[in-house]
Design a protein around this ligand. Structure first.
Ligand code: B1M
Length: 211
């Protein structure tokens, strides 16, 4: 019988092929996709997040672990929807208009996926109108804006105002982040939350959804 902790441990170690193999084995032994997800992949990514916050892991280790998570998720995804396992929530993330930086955004997306969120990545240089269109289409509970340039930070405010003007802001929570962004700036522009790094983004997202 596969110990689900072994899936978590190999995910943390970034062993993609082994994670995939163990996920397949657990399913073949009759473990439910939901348990494999929660006690294997999500449990592993939680530890990756904790290590990242504690500076025990850096960006490369997180990316390698996220790749291992994705290899397990490829097998689980169709089975989870068949079994009616719902994601924690839907999260749309993008880098705001004028800004082409995507490494941090991708990391946030991966950590959120690792925490059980359905993540819809709408890319870089995302205009407020594109956010609007995607929110209407996908109906997320949470929207993430990333900016790495001081010159694109005001675009976060413009995006939030666009959502307000369209009457959508009350229906969703907006999380912002990126190297130059601060908690105070987030408050000033009317965001619901701010996170300094990808692991904290998961914590903040969960707090926002519980409020
Ligand atoms: Co650019 N760049 N860049 N760049 N670049 C910076 C950001 C800069 C600080 C470098 C510097 O001058 N020291 C500077 C900004 C200065 C400023 O505004 N104050 C800068 C500049 C000026 C520029 C250009 C204008 C350069 C030029 O062309 N003259 C240009 C702008 C292009 C544009 O966007 N329009 C430019 C271009 C580029 C590259 C294309 C070459 C490349 C981007 C490649 C890519 O992303 N695919 C690049 C890079 C790589 C950087 C640096 C070196 C690294 C950024 C990065 O990926 N960090 C950066 C300097 C630096 O930070 N040391 C720099 C790693 C990443 C994991 O961290 O993105 O901070 P970060 O994400 C973190 C957190 O911020 C947070 O979680 C992540 C993980 O913990 N986070 C969120 C991020 N988004 C979040 C969202 C959340 C929550 C948390 O909720 C939704």
């Amino acid at each position: 019988m596969v110990d689900l902790k072994l899936i978590a441990e190999n995910l943390i170690a970034g062993k993609s092929a082994l994670v995939k193999e163990l996920v397949q084995q657990a399913l073949a032994e009759g473990v439910s996709p939901g348990r494999v997800l929660n006690e294997g992949l999500i449990a592993g990514m939680n530890i990756v997040g904790t290590k990242f916050k504690a500076n025990e892991f850096y960006v490369p280790e997180v990316l390698i672990a996220a790749r291992a998570m994705k290899s397990g998720m490829e097998i689980l995804k169709p089975l989870l929807s068949q079994a009616g396992v719902k994601p924690v929530a839907t999260f749309i993330i993008g880098t705001v208009k004028g800004d082409l930086h995507d490494i941090g955004k991708n990391l946030v997306g991966m950590m959120m996926e690792g925490a059980g969120f359905e993540v819809i990545d709408i890319g870089i240089d995302v205009a407020p109108e594109k956010y609007l269109e995607m929110i209407k289409q996908k109906q997320p509970q949470l929207v993430g804006l990333s900016a790495l340039l001081t010159t694109t930070m005001p675009m976060m405010k413009t995006t939030i105002e666009t959502l307000k003007n369209a009457g959508l802001k009350d229906k969703i929570k907006v999380l912002v982040g990126g190297a130059p962004v601060t908690e105070q700036f987030a408050r000033e522009i009317g965001a619901d939350g701010y996170a300094a790094d990808a692991a904290s983004a998961v914590d903040r997202a969960k707090e926002l959804l519980n409020n």
